[in-house]
Design a protein. Structure first.
Length: 374
């Protein structure tokens, strides 16, 4: 069987062997309920709290500011709903290129609670218009800003520090979706002026079904679920100890090798761009100032080729993601690409390629050959 090539790490990442070993160890030996007072329970509780402290140390925050959740999506829903229902927020400023976990939630809150919802302008580069954000924040109304650090489709990066300072100046709360960047970049919460942050372990080589929310100390939150005293009474339900331990292990490994992995993956990305431009001179890279492991590009192919491109790549064992949904049989193109591309470019084949430290230049060569023979 020919080698398979996985170039879709922005969708999910492989579990590292060390993470699997950690989780198996916990499943076999630390199966007590963390709420139980006997030694089995105490051992599991210790694991949960040591994992929390380990993650907090990397983020330079207090462990009491971290709440374990099932995903970044759950964390975002809880934070945005709490802000409107319990923290007096009357307006949300977001963007039309946010992940649907944010976009659908703010639209639902607008409909149900009649809050004011403003979308900051998006520049052709895929970045937000900071001047427009500043203008929006001039209105004196209790506001929460919800903007993602790294866009999951095109990889454009937000200046989190700049947005945080603007929010602080205008006494607005700031929620940042860091699902694509956390565990893959240095985030110092002592320095970054954010109030809420969300993470999902499967984006940084941890298990699926576990993530966390960061809530800055002093912000009062109401429970997302009722029933028990777990997670300071904010998320009832017995903790998935093996998932939490696996997430903490992946977070440790990610930070231990961070500089080396960032340099290696950046080199892979640059090599991929060079090869794409050499073999497809009319290619267009989407977005500017993009994260080091994501490339989104438009290929100069005919609509006939477009329809079967992903299928043919998959047959060759090459996994990538589509950007525009036009080649997938979907009626609507990507909501992100629709904001920054012309109708003509939306009809062309668009791919997102995303890397991790397990990829090689050979993987990229196979992608190029796969595209040439599509």
């Amino acid at each position: 069987m020919s080698k398979k090539v996985y170039l879709d790490s922005a969708a999910t990442t492989c579990l590292l062997p060390e993470v699997i070993d950690e989780m198996v160890q916990v499943l076999q030996n630390d199966y007590g309920n963390p709420s139980s007072t006997h030694s089995f329970g105490r051992s599991s509780k210790t694991l949960v709290e040591s994992s929390r402290k380990s993650i907090a140390k990397h983020l330079n925050c207090s462990s009491s500011e971290l709440i374990f959740t099932s995903s970044g999506t759950e964390a975002t829903n809880w934070i945005l709903n709490n802000a409107v229902k319990h923290n007096g927020i009357k307006r949300i400023i977001s963007s039309k290129i946010e992940h649907h976990a944010t976009l659908y939630t703010v639209l639902a809150l607008q409909k149900e609670y009649n809050i004011q919802l403003d979308f900051v302008n998006i520049l052709p580069t895929g970045s937000i218009d900071y001047n427009h954000l500043s203008e929006l924040l001039n209105q004196e109304i209790p506001t929460l800003v919800s903007l993602m650090h790294v866009n999951n489709e095109i990889g454009t990066q937000l200046d989190v520090s700049k947005v945080g300072k603007l929010c602080k100046e205008h006494k607005a709360l700031f929620h940042c979706d860091t699902v694509q960047s956390i565990g893959k970049s240095k985030i110092d919460l002592e320095l970054l002026p954010v109030d809420f942050l969300v993470a999902s372990a499967h984006k940084f080589h941890g298990p699926k079904g576990i993530g966390f929310a960061y809530v800055r100390k002093g912000i009062v939150m109401q429970p997302m679920t009722y029933g028990g005293a777990q997670e300071k009474g904010l998320r009832a339900g017995t903790e998935a100890v093996h998932q939490i331990a696996g997430m903490a292990k992946a977070f440790d490994l990610g930070h231990e090798n961070l500089e080396k992995d960032m340099a290696y993956i950046s080199d892979l990305k640059n090599y991929c761009i060079e090869q794409l431009l050499a073999n497809f001179p009319d290619i267009r890279i989407v977005g500017e100032n993009t994260f080091y492991n994501i490339i989104n590009f438009i290929l100069p192919f005919s609509e006939a080729k477009t329809a079967m491109m992903l299928f043919n790549l998959d047959i060759k064992g090459i996994a990538v993601s589509r950007g525009s949904a036009c080649q997938s049989g979907s009626v609507k193109p990507s909501h992100v690409l629709s904001e920054i591309l012309s109708d003509e470019n939306l009809k062309k084949p668009n791919l997102r390629v995303s890397f991790c430290h397990t990829n090689t230049k050979e993987d990229i060569d196979m992608l190029i050959e796969g595209l040439k023979s599509t």
